[in-house]
Design a protein around this ligand. Structure first.
Ligand code: AVJ
Length: 326
């Protein structure tokens, strides 16, 4: 009866917090629309994070590789426009290579403020960074970066606070939400502050779609893993084998859409509700917006920033944008 305590055992915690109840209501709201949707935040359980790391190494997934190359090629120029003694704020995990390239290029950065909702992740990445930059003051903040929060004061004076937001993560926000997020960044950096943001570029569908339909099926596994994650977190009974990964560029909306398409008529149970899903019906799991120069400049303006400088790779696949607070 009792499973011996070993690495195989998965403890299921019965979550009765109000946050969990609110998340369940939002899930049910999305799944009762004529066009069903589930938030892309549910990609990222621990297995999903491993799959995402594998995606970033796929030959088809140009985003990470290209952005890293832009940081390497133009880091010195970025450091010049940012100026000395910067305080760098990174909303989301700071585990990556890109933050190291930026901090390594900057002239005497005074402090690094990673903001992360996953507490263990925040601690681990901050500790790893402290090893690599022993002289840098690190001021981790445990928070949801989409909400308002206070940026801690560094012990040395800073001449510019800057938000670093790489990875085209901004593209996962609906345009109105992206504007709200930029406004939040503007509040974090204050007067004279700035932002350095990695943004995937709008381009031909044929150049984008392979990145979301890789030949090894890692992106398909990443998309389908969301269902396993939901089953564990919310006690639902999605059958991943009854769904198929689908991803395409929607040029009208300027976004890649990921969907899970039902292979049969089926019922899914979640939070005491029965959700019928028809054969060929799809659940929208992610949008990844791609921006032209014009559309990004307009978005930045609405978010309270002026687009000052853009760096691209030679093929114009990806961009890194420097914005100053208006
Ligand atoms: C890291 C969120 C920008 O949209 O390209 C990768 C996530 N989705 N493959 C992206 C993702 C499918 C990725 N972002």
């Amino acid at each position: 009866m009792n499973t011996p305590m070993d690495a195989e055992q998965t403890l299921i915690v019965d979550d009765q917090t109000p946050e969990h109840a609110e998340a369940l209501r939002e899930l049910l709201r999305g799944l009762s629309q004529p066009d069903k949707w589930i938030s892309s935040i549910y990609f990222y359980d621990s297995h999903g994070s491993v799959l995402f790391d594998r995606i970033t190494e796929l030959p088809e997934y140009y985003l990470t590789r290209t952005e890293t190359a832009i940081m390497r090629a133009h880091g010195a120029d970025m450091a010049r426009v940012i100026g000395p003694d910067a305080l760098v704020i990174e909303p989301g995990s700071g585990a990556g290579e890109k933050i190291r390239l930026l901090l390594g290029a900057l002239d005497n950065p005074v402090a690094y403020v990673p903001i992360e909702i996953a507490r263990e992740h925040l601690r681990n990445s901050a500790e790893a960074l402290a090893q690599d930059f022993p002289e840098l003051e690190i001021l981790p903040v445990w928070a949801d970066f989409t909400r308002s929060l206070d940026i801690p004061e560094p012990s040395c004076k800073t001449h510019r606070k800057i938000v670093y937001f790489p990875g085209s993560t901004l593209g996962n926000f609906e345009p109105d939400d992206a504007v709200a997020l930029l406004r939040n960044f503007a509040a974090m950096v204050g007067e004279g502050g700035a932002a350095l943001i990695g943004v995937d570029l709008a381009k031909e569908a044929a150049l984008i779609e392979p990145a979301y339909n890789d030949s090894e099926g890692v992106t398909a596994a990443f998309n389908l893993n969301m269902l396993t994650h939901l089953n564990r977190r919310f006690g639902s009974d999605f059958k991943p084998e009854n769904f198929k990964h689908e991803a395409f560029y929607n040029p009208g909306e300027g976004r890649v859409e990921m969907h899970l398409k039902s292979l049969c008529d089926q019922d899914v149970h979640l939070g005491g509700k029965t959700i019928p899903v028809a054969r060929d019906e799809s659940i929208h799991t992610e949008s990844s917006y791609k921006y032209s120069d014009e559309r990004f400049a307009a978005l930045a303006g609405k978010g309270g920033f002026r687009l000052v400088k853009t760096w691209k790779d030679p093929e114009s696949m990806f961009s890194v944008r420097y914005l100053e607070r208006m």
